[in-house]
Design a protein around this ligand. Structure first.
Ligand SMILES: [Zn+2]
Length: 267
């Protein structure tokens, strides 16, 4: 059962896709001998790779049903098959549906921080596995994945776009193609950290576009936008607007984590 039960053993959280051949098993054994597997969060020794220890697993705040069909936020109780939160009803997002693996806190926050700022890329397979499960209902009818782009300057600083890494991992599992250049930044934007919801919206407004060479791949297609964290939804909104301007038929959003209330309801 997913996303929990809390008692699930750590082996259930592995994102590994193993090679069952003799050569694959030998290679795996050799790698384990040279680099013993550790918990992706606290780095304690573990029996398997691409996994979390029981303590860190228990501190992942997964989002499961009931949730808002539009914003993907957790709801306190179920009130029908398709539910829309008060926040989504008051201000419907441009995108059709957002989904996230869990809330941006605890283990998930530490894993994302390590992934983005400390080059802990070994978590990408687990994230890919989780995204595949969290986005399950988005894949039917979807045509392609598009990561939220970084500016050239930030790409030079960081050397990688974490959203593009996530999109590639998810592509392996969902079989949906990735257009890593499907969206580009049109200008430098301030980091969103520390900005209010309104400042975030203004900061990224008009900051994305679909390049001319990508238009044939976007026009009329159903796109899943991939990001690491949805905070106020401002970036997802600005990216969705750019994709819709380019003729995308529909845009859904899938992220590893979601910043929840009270910040969320201020968007
Ligand atoms: Zn741990």
């Amino acid at each position: 059962m997913w996303p929990r039960p809390p008692s699930a053993p750590p082996t259930n959280v592995s994102g590994r896709t193993s090679d069952p051949t003799l050569l694959g098993l030998l290679a795996t054994g050799l790698i384990d001998l040279m680099m013993p597997p550790v918990c992706l969060s606290c780095r304690e020794p573990l029996g398997s790779r691409d996994a979390l220890c029981a303590q860190c697993w228990a501190e992942v705040d997964f989002i499961s049903t009931p949730r808002c069909d539009r914003l993907g936020i957790a709801l306190p109780y179920a009130a029908g098959d398709i539910m829309v939160s008060a926040a989504a009803a008051a201000r419907p997002p441009r995108y059709a549906r957002a989904r996230a693996v869990g809330h941006y806190r605890g283990t998930l926050q530490r894993l994302i921080h390590g992934f983005k700022f400390r080059d802990h890329h070994d978590v990408r397979r687990l994230f890919g596995c989780w995204l595949h499960q969290a986005g399950n209902e988005l894949f039917a009818g979807a045509d392609l994945l598009v990561p939220v782009p970084l500016s050239r300057m930030r790409l030079l600083q960081r050397r990688f776009n974490q959203a593009a890494i996530l999109a590639r991992e998810l592509s392996q599992r969902s079989r949906l193609p990735v257009r890593t250049q499907g969206l580009v930044r049109t200008r430098w934007t301030e980091r969103q950290v520390g900005l209010t919801a309104e400042q975030r919206r203004l900061n990224v407004r008009g900051a994305f576009r679909v390049p001319a060479r990508e238009l044939p791949h976007i026009r009329g297609r159903r796109v899943i936008l991939i990001d690491d964290v949805i905070t106020t939804g401002a970036t997802a909104e600005a990216c969705t607007k750019a994709l819709q301007t380019a003729g995308a038929a529909e845009v859904d959003v899938l992220a590893v984590a979601l910043v929840s209330e009270p910040l969320r309801v201020t968007t």
